[in-house]
Design a protein around this ligand. Sequence first.
Ligand code: NAD
Length: 252
Amino acid sequence: MFDFTDQVVLITGSGSPRGMGRVFAHAFAKLGAKLVLCDINQQGIDANVKELQDMGVQAIGYTGDLTNEADVDAMVNDIVEKFGRIDVLVNNAGISQKVTVADMTLSDMKRIFSVNMFGLFMLTKKVCEVMKKQNYGRIVHLSSVSGKRGGGVFGGAHYSASKAAVLGFSKNLAREVSAYGITTNCVCPGLINTDIWKSMSPEQAKPVIDAIPMGRPGEPEEVAAAVVFLASKEASYITGEEIDINGGSHMD
Ligand SMILES: NC(=O)c1ccc[n+]([C@@H]2O[C@H](COP(=O)([O-])OP(=O)(O)OC[C@H]3O[C@@H](n4cnc5c(N)ncnc54)[C@H](O)[C@@H]3O)[C@@H](O)[C@H]2O)c1
């Protein structure tokens, strides 16, 4: 049903070897998209881009820091020069830190926000300029269940606050850009089977799993399915929305 042939899909934080960004890239590639991967991790980007290219996918990579506006602007300008357009932006890059508010410093708070919210803002603003000119765009942000209910297993209040900020940002943006054929939506994953989950001992994992009605973590592919849907042409009347992908661990 979904066809991304000739569409240019930009995914941030896609240099992680076993993270969700790589899985999103493969999901879009299977549907015909041209991929642009970006990450602060050069080795990871090189490996993930090569993997796609070896499969015959048109893919390029950028190493850059999303918290640096000059990196962000240069990347977007270069993508437009190479591909002429950006159809889909997936704001996937994110960082976390397990710490209580009592032990949190202001610099911890600023560091988490600088990637999860400020970097996302700078890139989205720049990409929206491109999408407005083409009168088409799909933006999907990775928020989190912890942005809605707090209490992330691996994060702190700063992480929850940054992911809640993304929800508000997306809704406000939806009001501003709908007239240009641009939609902006969030996905809110719960616990997903990435490296951080695999690092937990069975004793640490048990109470976490017990709190999930489906009794298991989600797979990155299960998040990718929702991201692809929201990024598709078919999701044309959905904006300012969020999809929970959490096995029932939070329902609202
Ligand atoms: N894994 C989960 O259980 C889970 C649950 C809910 C939400 N999320 C969110 O989903 C997204 C992806 O999660 P993941 O588990 O795949 O993470 P991950 O750590 O595997 O990937 C995140 C990537 O972001 C990159 N990155 C960090 N700072 C950057 C910067 N300044 N500039 C550019 N790139 C930067 C990292 O290098 C990394 O490759 C994140 O936003 C995360 O908060 C994850």
